[in-house]
Design a protein around this ligand. Structure first.
Ligand code: SAM
Length: 229
C-alpha cells in the first residue's frame, strides 16, 4: 500500500488538499481512483489511511497506530564517496531506520563540494525510501559537513568503524542515541582517526574483511537496528 508524507498535523475526518506530486503519482502513475486506500504520515509521525475524495483532496480516515521507527535515534555521518554508492547507502540506511544522515567531507573524499541541488536530491531519495518502507518520519539529510561541524552531530554513543581496530561494538541494550562515522573509499588518515577519538568517537571493528564504505554503513546500521528486533 502506497504511503506519502505531509508536513501538516492530521486528524481523522480531515479533508487534505493533496500536493501536486502526490496527485500526479496517484492518478497518473498508479492510475488509482477514489476506491484506492493509501497511507499518509503527518508532521508528528502519525500514519493515517486515506482515499481520494475528488480530483484534488483526500479524506483522512483511521490512524494506523503504527510506530515503525527505532526506539533510539541513529545519526549516520557518511564520508562522501561516488554518487551512486552514496545514494544507494542513503536508501538502505533509510529502510533500516536511520534518523539523520550527515554527508562528511573526509580528507580523502574525492567529492568535496555539493552540487546546486545535491542535498535536495539526497532528501528526495530518503523520502521515497521512507514511503516504500512505511517509516513514520523521513530521515533528515544535512548540508555537507567538515570536521569543525562534527560536535553538533554527536550522540550519547559515538562509534567509528575502523578497519585497523580489533574491539567489537558493545551492545546498546539500554538504547542510547548513537552516531557513527564511516570513511571514504581510501579510508581515514591516522591523524583523522586520532582527532575523531579526541572528539569522543570509539573506534570499533566490523570484522576482518575490508568492506566498501557503503557496505560498512549498512552493516553498522544493521547491527544497531538489530537491537530493536
Ligand atoms: N582503508 C581501507 C582499505 O584499506 O582499503 C579502505 C576504507 S573502507 C573502503 C571505507 C570505510 O569503511 C572505512 O573508513 C571504515 O569506516 C569502514 N570499514 C571498512 N571495513 C571495515 C572493517 N573491517 N572494520 C571497521 N570499519 C570498516
Amino acid at each position: 500500500m502506497q504511503q506519502y508524507f505531509t508536513d501538516i498535523v492530521l486528524r481523522k475526518g480531515d479533508i487534505l488538499p493533496l500536493e501536486k506530486d502526490i496527485l500526479h503519482h496517484l492518478e497518473t502513475v498508479l492510475r488509482k481512483d477514489e476506491a484506492y486506500i493509501f497511507r499518509i504520515a503527518d508532521k508528528e509521525g502519525k500514519i493515517f489511511f486515506a482515499h481520494l475524495l475528488d480530483k484534488k483532496n483526500a479524506l483522512i480516515e483511521e490512524e494506523t497506530g503504527e510506530d515503525n521507527e527505532l526506539s533510539f535515534e541513529v545519526t549516520a555521518i557518511l564520508s562522501l564517496v561516488k554518487p551512486e554508492k552514496f545514494e544507494w547507502a542513503l536508501q538502505k540506511l533509510t529502510e533500516l531506520g536511520v534518523k539523520r544522515i550527515v554527508p562528511y567531507v573526509a580528507r580523502r573524499s574525492v567529492i568535496r563540494k555539493a552540487g546546486k541541488n545535491t542535498v535536495e536530491r539526497y532528501q528526495k531519495i530518503c523520502r521515497e525510501a521512507s514511503e516504500q518502507s512505511h517509516r513514520n518520519f523521513v530521515p533528515e539529510v544535512t548540508e555537507y559537513a567538515s570536521f569543525k561541524d562534527l560536535p553538533k552531530y554527536l550522540s550519547e554513543v559515538n562509534l567509528l568503524p575502523y578497519e585497523k581496530e580489533e574491539v567489537s561494538p558493545a551492545s546498546l541494550d539500554n538504547h542510547h542515541s548513537v552516531s557513527f562515522l564511516i570513511g571514504p573509499e581510501g579510508g581515514f588518515e591516522e591523524e583523522e582517526v586520532e582527532a575523531f577519538r579526541e572528539l569522543g568517537f570509539t573506534s570499533v571493528t566490523l570484522g576482518k574483511r575490508i568492506l566498501r564504505a557503503e557496505t560498512a554503513a549498512v552493516f553498522m546500521m544493521s547491527l544497531l537496528s538489530k537491537e530493536d528486533l
